[in-house]
Write a protein that binds this ligand. Structure first.
Ligand SMILES: [Zn+2]
Length: 322
């Protein structure tokens, strides 16, 4: 076996899996204001950005040949329904319009996250209703708001909408809403199997979207279930999803592989905030080699079967790959 490992050129010739900047999607967190670059303390190197700063990031991402951007928003104010999500002048809508005006942004796929948790005062991904002594996230009353959000983002310039809420039937509801509102060309990237995970912790600081009570286990998936993930994916595809996104990546690579073998649509995986932050922590301690660990973590996700990867390391990785 070692004959083919003797030189870098030989290793390159027989390499089975590739990793390119165009495979990588860079998440951005948009916030109000001007000239704002506010570092997320649990995610070194990740910033909440005002729209003008986000435009600058996008120009760099385009220069680096990244595949696209995934946009999240931090609204000025939150309410029970999360109305900032579908506000025509919402923060992501403003960002999309500004990005669409730049020439470099045309080289990037602009993907807009569709969810309510960044915009609701309670921090849940759907509508809250009373249930006995407690509360519940109501499925069906959330669907209309998600559809409305997707339409608003598509009209503001999103090339792709990406529902991440995990309500049942939301892909169908969003598809119908898009079709009814002259957005039939907008594809849906559904977070088809999104597991309730400890690895989302740092994101909640970045997007200011921590639930104010309870947790998300009644709508996000149980981490033990691979067969259930396949059912989620099949339902989303039946409802009209064009691509699927798996999340988190590293603790669920077997699920990515199973999905790759089962369905033929494009599959992406999200190397989530906790995966990023634990590597950053190890880099800060000097315990792992920064450059090699970043590329190895991404290559592993590609090898598992993801065609593209959403990652906070996108710019770093592109630099290492160039
Ligand atoms: Zn959410």
């Amino acid at each position: 076996m070692r004959r083919l490992r003797r030189s870098e050129s030989l290793r390159a010739l027989v390499r089975e899996t590739t990793l390119e900047p165009g495979d990588l999607i860079y998440p951005l967190f948009l916030c109000p204001g001007e000239g704002v670059r506010c570092e997320v303390s649990s995610m070194p190197g990740v910033f909440q950005l005002s729209v003008d700063e986000a435009v600058r990031e996008a120009e760099e991402a385009a220069r680096q040949g990244l595949g696209g951007l995934l946009l999240f928003g931090l609204p000025e104010a939150k309410d029970e329904q999360g109305s900032g999500a579908w506000d025509e002048n919402g923060i992501v809508q403003q960002g999309l319009r500004a990005l669409k005006r730049t020439r470099t942004a045309k080289k990037l796929v602009l993907i807009a996250d569709v969810c309510l948790c960044e915009y609701t005062s309670h921090g849940h991904c759907g509508m809250i209703v009373k249930s006995g002594d407690g509360w519940a996230v109501d499925n069906d009353s959330s669907l209309g708001l998600l559809g409305r959000t997707a339409v608003s983002l598509a009209k503001a310039g999103a090339d792709v909408v990406a529902p991440s809420d995990m309500m049942d039937g939301r892909v169908g509801a969003i598809r119908r809403a898009l079709d009814d509102e002259n957005c039939a060309d907008t594809p849906i990237l559904s977070y088809a199997s999104k597991f309730a995970s400890a690895f989302y912790g740092p994101f909640r600081e970045a997007a200011d979207s921590a639930p104010q009570f309870g947790d998300r286990k009644a709508y996000q998936m149980d981490g033990a279930n691979l067969r259930e993930a396949m059912r989620e994916i099949e339902l989303d595809l039946e409802e009209g999803a064009d691509m699927i996104l798996m999340k988190p990546a590293m603790p669920y690579l077997d699920v990515v592989r199973a999905a790759r073998e089962r369905v033929d649509v494009p599959i992406g995986a999200y190397q989530v905030s906790g995966e990023y932050s634990m590597l950053q922590a190890a880099f800060q301690k000097g315990w792992l080699d920064h450059d090699r660990a970043i590329l190895e973590s991404l290559l592993g996700i590609r090898r598992a079967g993801a065609g593209f990867i959403v990652t906070y390391f996108a710019k770093e990785a592109a630099r290492l790959l160039s």
